[in-house]
Design a protein around this ligand. Structure first.
Ligand SMILES: [Zn+2]
Length: 128
């Protein structure tokens, strides 16, 4: 076993700024318009790998194929009513993509139609 294997991932350090007791320590907002998406301490931080289409504003959207991005950290929201503001973009299979209710930026995460649980991509929101 080498010493380098014992080192913590740099990401763990950053997490302390916005995750406390496994939940979001700060208010979660839209990156683009600042609309409040989640209140403090209502969503659970989880790590899972899920591909989401790249965020695109309507003006930049063209008819070409949409690229995906692998997201590894999410806020898990069990009940849709937990959201302060949220919208939907489109549905693919059993997944509805979540968008900002104010400016339609998205996807900022996804909603699983089968379990009714929602997942907000931490890299696609801001904390305040
Ligand atoms: Zn917005």
């Amino acid at each position: 076993m080498s010493e380098s294997e014992n080192k913590e991932l740099p990401q763990e350090e950053e997490l302390k700024d916005y995750v406390e007791n496994g939940k979001n320590k700060l208010i979660v907002k839209c990156k683009f318009c600042g609309s409040k998406i989640l209140d403090k301490k209502v969503a659970k931080h989880i790590k899972q790998e899920k591909e989401l289409p790249l965020m695109q504003q309507d003006v930049n959207r063209n008819a070409g194929e949409i690229e995906n991005e692998l997201i590894k950290e999410f806020y898990h929201v069990e009940n849709m009513y937990t959201f302060e503001n949220i919208g939907f973009t489109h549905t693919v299979a059993n997944t509805k993509y979540l968008s900002c209710a104010e400016c339609d930026a998205g996807p900022v995460g996804y909603h699983d139609i089968d379990t009714k649980h929602s997942y907000v991509a931490i890299s696609r929101i801001v904390h305040s």
